[in-house]
Design a protein around this ligand. Structure first.
Ligand SMILES: [Fe+2]
Ligand SMILES: [Fe+2]
Length: 400
């Protein structure tokens, strides 16, 4: 990430102050690159709450003001057959984490033969240049990285639960409301399952990552349903689906693998719903200026999501004072596991943005500049069911 020249001086500050200042400088650098003033105006208050006030880390609970219109439909007429079909599928594929998963299974997060994430996930040779970890410390570090990732999944799921409820209220299609009711239940089950796994098997929960906080804060406070939709159903959920798939492929811990397999089936439906709704909305209801704003907003969220995977919370716990935040950013960005995460996530996301109509020639250069345009042309969410995704992942595991 580009930061201001001031960032070169932050190593002179005491640790506590540096921890406050560095994320702010990164946020300022990010805001300076935002060209669309409407997008900047939308993001600035959320960035203030997330990066400067760090509300997600300070309290046990955060109040976010949600302002959107709840739309009642008194005709109850079926108005979107594909959404109605998704609603039927969703009802038939409900599962219960209490009975589907074997919670009696013993999980040892430090187990050498059944690691949560494999050792080649991280470039320990590069880390050795800063600090040498023992074999036991390396296993503990990987366990902490997995707990950090799963904690972010959990926080994202809570955001998805609330966003699904809001979208269900405000979406214009009646079939969309019926479908939305199943997604609210899906997300509630996901929160339950991820939390139970973290709480009873890993015994570790990290606070929400600042970047994820900013995105969720921005969605909750935006009154426009399609922005909530775009942010949650396409960006956060689309990227989460890629992240779940990567972890499903990498993990050797059976309970986690089963949990992720079940969640992936649901998430594939959620992203499908998002693409269906937004493609229609962008085509029929938005002016060109409104479309452009969404297009720019999506790009900024993509950047925030990309930076979300820097695991600064793990850095602060393990390496603050040993290496600079900038050195950590380089280390984590180039680690093989994180690279795979990013690639898979954006391989799923970019074709969806393209299908919706938010990847016009005007923004292609932006995506190209940050290395994301190469994912254009892949399958979109409407062409990939949960079964397809799992079959692909199992095929990749067998071939490895
Ligand atoms: Fe979910
Ligand atoms: Fe979801």
């Amino acid at each position: 990430m580009n930061t201001t020249p001031l960032s070169h001086l932050t190593h002179l500050l005491p640790t506590a102050m540096r921890r406050r200042v560095e994320p702010v400088l990164e946020a300022v650098a990010m805001l300076r690159e935002v060209e669309n003033t409407a997008v900047m105006a939308r993001f600035t208050p959320s960035m203030l709450r997330g990066f400067v006030l760090r509300l997600g880390r300070r309290e046990e609970a955060t109040e976010m003001l949600a302002t959107h219109a709840a739309r009642f439909d008194w005709t109850y007429a079926s108005d979107f057959p594909e959404m109605r079909a998704l609603y039927s599928r969703a009802k038939q594929h409900q599962w219960d984490a209490e009975t589907l998963l074997d919670w009696g299974m013993d999980v040892d997060p430090m187990h050498p033969d059944r690691p949560l994430i494999p050792s080649d996930f991280f470039d320990f040779d590069a880390l050795d240049r800063h600090v040498k970890l023992s074999a036991e410390e390396r296993r503990r570090f990987l366990y902490n990285m997995a707990a950090w990732m799963l904690s972010q999944f959990l926080h994202g799921e809570q955001g998805a639960l609330f966003a699904a409820a809001q979208v269900t209220e405000s979406v214009q299609w009646f079939d969309g409301k019926l479908y939305g009711s199943t997604q609210v239940v899906d997300e509630g089950r996901h929160v339950e399952a991820f939390h139970r796994y973290l709480d009873t098997k890993l015994n570790k929960l990290y606070t929400i990552n600042d970047n994820l906080f900013v995105i969720i804060d921005s969605l909750m406070s935006d009154p426009r349903w399609d922005m909530k939709f775009l942010g949650m159903q396409i960006m956060v959920e689309g990227l989460a689906l890629g992240a779940f798939g990567t972890l499903y492929k990498l993990t050797r811990e059976p309970l986690l693998k089963n949990l992720l397999g079940a969640v992936i089936q649901d998430e594939a439906r959620h992203v499908h719903y998002g693409v269906l709704a937004l493609r229609e909305h962008v085509r029929t209801a938005l002016s060109e200026a409104e479309r452009r704003e969404r297009e720019d907003w999506a790009f900024e969220v993509a950047l925030l999501m990309r930076n979300r995977f820097m695991a600064h919370e793990v850095y602060e716990e393990w390496f603050e004072g040993i290496m600079t935040r900038r050195q950590w950013n380089d280390l984590i960005s180039s680690s093989p596991g994180m690279r795979e995460f990013r690639d898979v996530m954006f391989r799923r996301l970019v074709p969806n943005l393209d299908t919706i109509g938010l990847l016009s020639p005007r923004v292609e250069a932006h995506y190209h500049r940050v290395g994301l345009l190469r994912f254009r042309g892949g399958k979109n969410a409407m062409q990939l069911s949960g079964d397809d995704l799992l079959r692909d992942l199992d095929g990749e595991i067998a071939a490895a």
